[in-house]
Design a protein around this ligand. Sequence first.
Ligand code: NAP
Length: 322
Amino acid sequence: MSSKFRLRMARIKDYVGKLWDVVIIGAGAAGVAAGIYSARYMLKTIVVSENEGGTLLEAAEIENYPGFPSILGPDLARKFIDHLKKYNVPILKSRVTDIVRREDGLFLIKGTRGLELKAKTVILALGTVRRKLGVPGEEEFAGRGVSYCTVCDIPLFKGKVVAIVGGGDSALQGVLLASRHASKVYLIHRRDKFRAQPIYVEQAKKLDNVEFVLKETVVEIGGTNKVEWIKLRSGRILKVDGIFIEIGEEPPREFLEKIGLELDEKGFIKVREDMSTNIPGLFAAGDVTNIPLKQIVTAVYTGARAATSAYEYITKMKVEGR
Ligand code: NAP
């Protein structure tokens, strides 16, 4: 680990065992907004996250966040994090592995790298994980031509042939970006209707080096040392150097169930209007909740709302003498 990195990240051992008003898990748009609001409510606040920026780090050009007509995801993430750091909110690098609400109402939060914190309230803003295709070759070639983040990895495929799977915003934005790097881009989607915003579909259709392969699915990924081909359900084989799987996100269901959270049928946390969950004192925000619009503006709103609810919860605790 470089000394620069050590300086930038807060050291976990300096915080172990301390009691916090709010522990925020996740440092994406929702977690950052929650942190800024909590700090401004003068709550003793700390953020725990595996990275600084969440899924924003994987976003291409963002054109629908007010105030920024066009900005790259990682650049917006940097601005968010810098804003949070202005309030001296520590950000600890750890993956939270357990959250227990004790009988006295306090939370015990445990995570990797020796993380152990106590808190009056918790805001879960840990986002989602990438959905997998579940086909032969996918696991074997992960990192050797199989990628789940076009934005992160497409520069490695300059002048190559790639396939992008999916029909949502991530896939279509991925195609727009990939067409600037790759010589040829196949967009493989299982239907002929798209979830993606029409503007992205229209832009992609106009590109000479993009071929839409519709009503098709990938059934196998193959090669020797790295990806060389993909097989489609129809039997068609496409020679590709890389495949980008952009088929959406899933909540980390197993972890959420372990904590005892009430989830919807897809595994997202059921939240009330105030972002409270079935566990008193535990609030949720952002993509991990069952709020349908998964956008940065929504994440920011729900983060701010969760912090406000945490503040109200703690104020009530004080009035009740807890
Ligand atoms: P998504 O909207 O859930 O779309 C996933 C796509 O993958 C769908 O087209 C789906 O097909 C397909 N799919 C799912 N499982 C599949 C499987 N097993 N095999 C083949 N195809 C499969 O996911 P997303 O595009 O990652 O977007 C996630 C959220 O982030 C959305 O709310 C999106 O609006 C948002 N987002 C927004 C922006 C933006 O505003 N610029 C950018 C990126 C993401 P079906 O359509 O047939 O179900």
